[in-house]
Design a protein around this ligand. Structure first.
Ligand code: BES
Ligand code: MN
Ligand code: MN
Length: 469
């Protein structure tokens, strides 16, 4: 009994020390994030290469200041990986923190209410490209780590790997992981690069969809033609492309590529009933994105359509004349970028192959087509009965006052499946973003509340994980 009281007292003291430290340093924690958000680390566009590098150096410097050892920029064939670690006792569990310092392009700039790389705080939200995805969420880990180091409460060994190519498919991180298996040994991967249902309904992401991404090119005549002289007599590649794309969904919104659903893991009625218990309001959902109705695969509800079911979506389509006024032309070429979100047990390579074969087979003789595969990634489902999940669940429960619900997300973080296959490690996806944060969109933002909640919740994860291991 005496031991028990003592134990409780120690825990309470360390919790309040942590909270005090976070409280005292709140402004600095926010200002440092704003500084990082000012650097436009867009990985998709070569013209930002120097800024991408500067961001890596920024993260490196902050990690070292926070108390990490062996902090270095590990060169890859692309953008460097920021690595750092703190091994306090080899007999303690080791947490590998993953995040990304690169961001999506900010286009279209004119739709932003304030410039994307000049962060502002408005109504409790930090507005900037990367505020939520993933600079804000990644930096919570650096600040939570600093807090644990400075208050002497770090209960696990920590290894950080912060990459700069997540938004372009993590191709070189895959090589880094394969070549650094020893250095990356640990017990769990900890990631904040997802969201939760709401600020009063915390959730933990337990699944991510995979991805096959392709670009298609349809070629008709060998030059752009006068649409009066030739119109009606030759195939218009844009018309044909639209028909081909439209034919890839049937009247029930099933995807028509032969074999597309072959390996799709169907959920049991029990699992679907369990999913349906997560709070969701269709009216609010529609209102938030300005829709009068939703759309999707027959036989599935919205929450299933965007998580446990695969999709095929055009991300961009172009060709012909798109300038001011009218130009009468039949273009020589039409293009589209198409993504397919995959679910367990679909394979990205296999689906890309099936797409290519199908797309070529439905092309009329009047055009030629080419399919260029881009990046891919495998789907993943993470366990809810692991020590890491339980530790995360307890941590959220303490900071939010309610137990978080497990939710499978529709988004993709391709490297998570690789962590499992190459390192044998499960990930725990402790996201603090909201769907309304507009990631990848104009006016991306992240709540100051969410940022600070993340910094408070993460140290509790370490504590519980160490206790349970
Ligand atoms: N952080 C997102 C993924 C995400 C967001 C998952 C919210 C779950 C909830 C990540 O940065 C991302 O955007 N991933 C890309 C995939 C990548 C290969 C470009 C995606 O999902 O489109
Ligand atoms: Mn992300
Ligand atoms: Mn993203």
């Amino acid at each position: 009994m005496a031991f028990f009281c003592n134990f409780t007292l120690t825990q309470t003291t360390s919790n309040s020390m942590i909270n005090q430290y976070i409280h005292d340093n709140k402004d600095r924690f926010i200002n440092e994030l704003l500084d990082m958000l000012r650097i436009p680390s867009v990985s998709a566009d070569k013209k930002f290469k120097a800024d991408v590098l500067r961001t890596a150096e920024f993260v490196q410097a902050r990690l070292a200041e926070a108390g990490a050892d062996k902090v270095e920029l590990v060169e890859t064939a692309g953008n460097p990986v920021v690595y750092g670690e703190k091994i306090i006792d080899p007999s303690l569990p080791t947490v590998l923190v993953y995040g990304h310092y690169d961001v999506q392009p900010a286009d279209p700039y004119e739709l932003w209410n304030s410039p994307p790389f000049e962060p502002v705080i408005k109504d409790g939200n930090i507005y900037a490209r990367g505020a939520c995805d993933d600079k804000g969420q990644m930096y919570m880990h650096v600040k939570a780590f600093e807090t644990m180091v400075k208050t002497n409460t770090l209960a696990c060994n920590v290894k950080f790997m912060i990459e700069g190519e997540e938004e372009i498919g993590s191709v070189n991180l895959a090589t880094f992981v394969r070549e650094n298996k020893n250095r990356l040994q640990g017990d769990v991967i900890l990631i904040s690069d997802t969201g939760m249902l709401g600020n009063d309904t915390p959730s933990i992401t337990t699944g991510l969809r995979g991805m096959s991404y392709v670009e298609v090119e349809v070629t008709g005549p060998n030059r752009d033609l006068h649409s009066g002289l030739y119109g009606g007599a030759v195939a218009n590649p844009i018309n044909i492309l639209c028909q081909m794309i439209a034919s890839m969904h049937d009247e029930n919104n099933h995807i028509t590529i032969p074999g597309f659903y072959d390996n799709v893991q169907e959920l049991t009625q029990e699992e679907r009933a369990e999913m349906a218990r997560a709070p969701f309001n269709l009216e609010k959902y529609k209102k938030a994105i300005g829709l009068s109705d939703v759309h999707g695969e027959e036989g599935y509800v919205t929450m299933e359509r965007n998580s446990i079911r695969p999709t095929l979506d055009v991300n961009g389509i172009w060709g012909g004349y798109t300038g001011e006024g009218a130009k009468t032309v039949i273009a020589s070429k039409a293009y589209a970028k198409i993504s397919m979100r995959l679910v367990p047990n679909q394979s990205s390579e296999e689906i890309t192959e099936k797409f290519k074969k199908h797309f070529e087979s439905i092309a009329p003789k009047s055009v030629t087509v080419e399919v260029k595969p881009h990046h891919g990634g495998e789907p993943v489902v993470t366990p809810t009965d692991s020590a890491a999940y339980q530790a995360a669940s307890k941590a959220y429960e303490e900071t939010f006052g309610v137990k978080p619900v497990p939710v499978r997300s529709g988004g993709s973080i391709p490297i998570v499946a690789m962590f499992k296959s190459e390192l044998g490690l499960d990930s725990v996806l402790m996201g603090f973003g909201l769907d309304t944060d507009a990631i990848h969109s104009p006016n991306e933002h992240f709540g100051v509340f969410n940022y600070m909640k993340g910094i408070e919740t993460i140290p509790l994860f370490y504590k519980h994980f160490a206790d349970m291991k």
